[in-house]
Design a protein around this ligand. Structure first.
Ligand code: ZN
Length: 430
């Protein structure tokens, strides 16, 4: 048993439905076998559990571990390729690096950098776009199992348009995916996601083989991209003769275990289809801005009841921190306003999108996402350096919501002093 002491902020109820931020100042959490069993004033908890180990996290904020719903493992070293739209960026920046993961030793090094990058940013759960190479996907799962993060990932599939060395066939995709899923799905905190790259680079038979794999093993996840860039959206319509979302729906890929990244340019029928099937959207605001893809119509997603949460989309996104993604989402929605399909946000919405909304999108809403009794303790300790501007701002915050706004305005990975998953502190990189 361990007692955690600090100021805990979380969003157990949805701020988009009007709920407030929850704040516990000098709160005590009792954690047993990774699960929060008691939540009360620290003085009360300490009196009831004398002599137990106390993890003292005063002097900063404790937030639920971040949930990144869209991030590319092979693109750690591709971050920062600015000045290109999606399809140019893929060809010149991302795909040459992705091809290097054919080398198992190279892939293992990148897997270490990737998992460490997530943990340093305070991310404890992620839906990860894996690699086109099975050996590299093994390396990712092995590293996430070693470190203990909650990773859902899989083999990335394409059979057209991309460079030759990244292409597969429907049969090979099914066989390799089945082997990987048998090896890793449900092992520790790992889960397997069937991951066609995007409809643009996948023929209908490849998408159908992805759907067949989903039906082969219970509980698998599906992830891909949708409606990111107008040129790409037009090309998909030409290829499939239907809208982008329907190209996945025809292969049986949409449902409560499905997450599609971006959806910057959806039609109304697509929003309805996403809502009807329960498919969630990963909103990746720095990527959308960096590639000039467009502005995410958050208001329309809310209006149609489509679930969404934040994703970093590293390497088109500009880093692992969901503080930065939250701030960028805030900026864009602030500029769009309601008339252009936006939705103005407060700090509590940003925390929700970085934590509980992500947990919900990934089917982990009963396990993590906030600090309620019965949930596992996944947490990040935001503890900026003494005298830093963020430290001064937090000390002078007038309310918990104000402190949270200051955190989203200024915090980065360097301000995250430690992270825990299931009550265990995440170890440093190997
Ligand atoms: Zn992506």
């Amino acid at each position: 048993m361990t007692l955690f002491r600090g100021t805990f902020l979380d969003t157990p109820r949805n701020p988009f439905s009007g709920a407030d931020l929850r704040s516990g100042e000098d709160l005590g959490l009792v954690v047993q076998d990774g699960v929060i069993t008691v939540r009360d004033a620290f003085a009360t908890v300490a009196a009831q559990h004398p002599g137990e180990e106390v993890v003292d996290l005063r002097g900063g904020l404790v937030l639920p571990g971040f949930v990144d719903t869209h991030v590319h493992f092979p693109q750690v070293r591709a971050i920062g390729g600015l000045g290109m739209p999606l399809l140019d960026w893929l060809e010149k920046c991302a795909l040459p690096e992705e091809a290097r993961l054919a080398d198992d030793a190279y892939a293992a090094t990148v897997a270490g950098e990737f998992v460490s990058g997530l943990a340093r940013a305070g991310t404890t759960t992620a839906l990860v776009f894996g690699s086109h190479f099975a050996g590299a996907v093994d390396a990712l799962f092995a590293e996430s199992a070693r470190v203990g993060l909650r990773v859902t990932s899989g083999l990335v599939l394409s059979d057209r348009i991309l460079r030759e060395d990244l292409l597969t066939t429907s049969e090979r995709a099914f066989t390799e995916g089945l082997e990987l899923a048998k090896r890793w799905h449900g092992v520790g905190r790992n889960r397997y996601a069937v991951t066609p790259r995007f409809s643009l680079s996948c023929t209908a038979p490849l998408l159908e083989s992805a759907g067949a794999l989903m039906r082969e093993i219970d509980g698998l996840w599906f992830t891909s991209h949708v409606n990111e860039n107008t040129e790409e959206v037009d090309a998909v319509r030409q290829l499939f003769g239907c809208d982008y979302t329907t190209s996945y729906e025809r292969a049986g890929l949409l449902g409560l275990h499905s997450v599609l990244a971006h959806n910057v340019h959806p039609t109304v029928p697509e929003l309805r289809l996403l809502a009807q099937t329960g498919t969630a959207v990963a909103h990746c605001p720095t990527s959308n801005a960096a590639l000039g893809s467009g502005s995410f119509p958050m208001g329309l997603h809310l209006q149609h009841g489509v679930r969404f949460a934040l994703g970093s989309d590293v390497g088109a996104g500009t880093g692992f921190s969901l503080f930065k993604e939250g701030l960028q989402a805030y900026f864009v929605q602030q500029l769009m306003g309601r008339r252009r399909g936006g939705h103005r946000l407060a700090a509590r919405h940003l925390l929700h999108l970085a934590t509980s909304a992500g947990a919900d999108a990934l089917g982990l809403g009963d396990v993590v996402g906030d600090f309620s009794v019965g949930k596992e303790l996944d947490a990040l300790w935001l503890r900026p350096a003494d005298g830093s501007t963020l430290d001064i701002a937090l000390k002078h915050a007038v309310s918990p919501e104000d402190a949270l706004a200051k955190a989203f305005a200024m915090a980065g990975p360097g301000d995250v002093a430690a992270t825990w998953v299931g009550g265990e502190r995440v170890p440093p990189a190997a």
